[in-house]
Design a protein around this ligand. Structure first.
Ligand SMILES: NC(=O)c1ccc[n+]([C@@H]2O[C@H](COP(=O)([O-])OP(=O)(O)OC[C@H]3O[C@@H](n4cnc5c(N)ncnc54)[C@H](O)[C@@H]3O)[C@@H](O)[C@H]2O)c1
Length: 341
């Protein structure tokens, strides 16, 4: 299959379902050789199955494309290395890594468990940095041996992290971290011929069907453009993965339906400079002045590219769950005790 990614070797994580699956089929349709990585996990990250990744590989081969399945957990350091090695060993090189794998364990901060925090942060943050790290080493070694790279990393952030969605403090923090690591990695890897960008997508998948998308998507009539289809996210990712995007790096793009925009990140805004140290008692009017000269923060419900008003899953409340442990498991000796009593 000829196209803008002809002959390029592309690793896509979490490529068995949803947005990742759409990326895999779209890259293959543009001539790429695809490593379809997926653990085959549930939305909350539990379980595993080789079936879904194998089905995507079969679909690519049926179109006349080239693909191989990989079932490694991308948030495992050694697993991420095996994934990168799989691309090089199977197809003789590596041009593009699309970090897309993800899970959700939504919970209000006040009810969040340690496991819900750790698992979500691990899958998203370590599951993004680990494939980047091993791919970066591969590209650095090529540079050292006199080869040139025209390589790409495309990470997956989220409006939830960039603009803030209640009930997702774990997921949002990880997704904001992915936006940051994209900017830093872009600065580090440019010297090896590697660009690094991220997307913040919005589409109807099993991950978002409870967040308001499902209800809105039901209004799409047969034959009309489906603005909620995961396939709408992939053209930008395929273009970013092509050699045509060489001048673009360190950027985060919002993408949903037919809409693409730049997530214009943290900037130094309105400023007051005393040219001396402030006294805390002076700062009320100073902060008021700065805020009056600043745009209000973006809000997810108002400005998400999809137009969707994100909702909490119905089970995410700030009511205390029946399972909450009120007794700390900390040993008596380590507990904070008020000695005055
Ligand atoms: N759907 C949206 O509107 C939306 C919005 C913002 C961000 N995102 C992000 O887009 C990405 C894709 O989401 P989706 O909506 O297609 O979800 P999805 O649940 O349909 O697909 C995620 C895939 O990742 C796989 N996966 C999970 N943990 C893995 C691991 N450790 N190693 C390898 N594979 C693993 C799952 O098995 C699954 O196939 C995620 O990073 C998600 O956070 C999605």
């Amino acid at each position: 299959m000829a196209g803008i990614c002809q002959g390029r070797v592309v690793v896509i994580t979490g490529a068995a379902r949803g947005i990742g699956r759409a990326h895999a089929l779209a890259f293959a349709a543009e001539g790429a050789k695809v490593v379809v990585n997926d653990l085959g996990a549930q939305v909350d990250g539990s379980g595993s199955s080789a079936g879904p990744a194998g089905e995507v590989v079969a679909a690519i081969r049926a179109q006349g494309g080239e693909a191989v399945a990989n079932g490694d957990d991308v948030s495992d350091w050694a697993g991420a290395k095996r994934l990168i090695d799989c691309a090089v060993e199977t197809f003789g090189g590596l041009h593009v890594v699309v970090n897309n794998a993800g899970i959700l364990r939504d919970r209000m901060l006040v009810n969040m468990t340690e496991d819900e925090w750790d698992t979500v942060v691990k899958v998203h943050m370590k599951g993004t940095v680990a494939p980047m790290r091993w791919a970066a080493e591969y590209w650095r070694e090529r540079t050292r041996s006199g080869e040139t790279n025209d390589a790409r990393i495309i990470n997956t952030s989220s409006a939830s992290g960039l603009y803030g969605n209640p009930g997702q403090v774990n997921y949002g923090a990880a997704k904001a971290g992915i936006a940051s690591m994209t900017i830093i990695a872009a600065k580090e890897l440019g010297r090896y011929g590697v660009t690094v960008n991220a997307i913040a997508p919005a589409a109807l998948t099993r991950m978002t069907e409870n967040l308001g998308f499902g209800r809105m998507a039901k209004g799409v009539e047969a034959g009309q453009f489906d603005a909620f289809a995961p396939e709408n996210i992939s053209p930008l990712v395929v273009w970013l993965g092509s050699t045509e995007s060489a001048a673009v790096t360190g950027r985060v793009f919002n993408v949903a339906g037919g809409r693409i925009s730049i997530a214009d990140g943290w900037r130094r805004g309105a400023e007051q400079d005393k040219r001396d140290r402030w006294n805390p008692s002076e700062l009320g009017p100073v902060v008021e002045q700065i805020l009056s000269e600043s745009a209000p923060p973006e809000t997810l419900g108002r400005d998400a590219d999809s137009g969707v008003v994100w909702r909490l899953s119905s089970e995410v409340t700030d009511e205390r769950p029946a399972t909450t442990r009120l007794t700390p498991s900390t040993p008596e000796s380590a507990r904070c005790v008020d000695r005055r009593r």
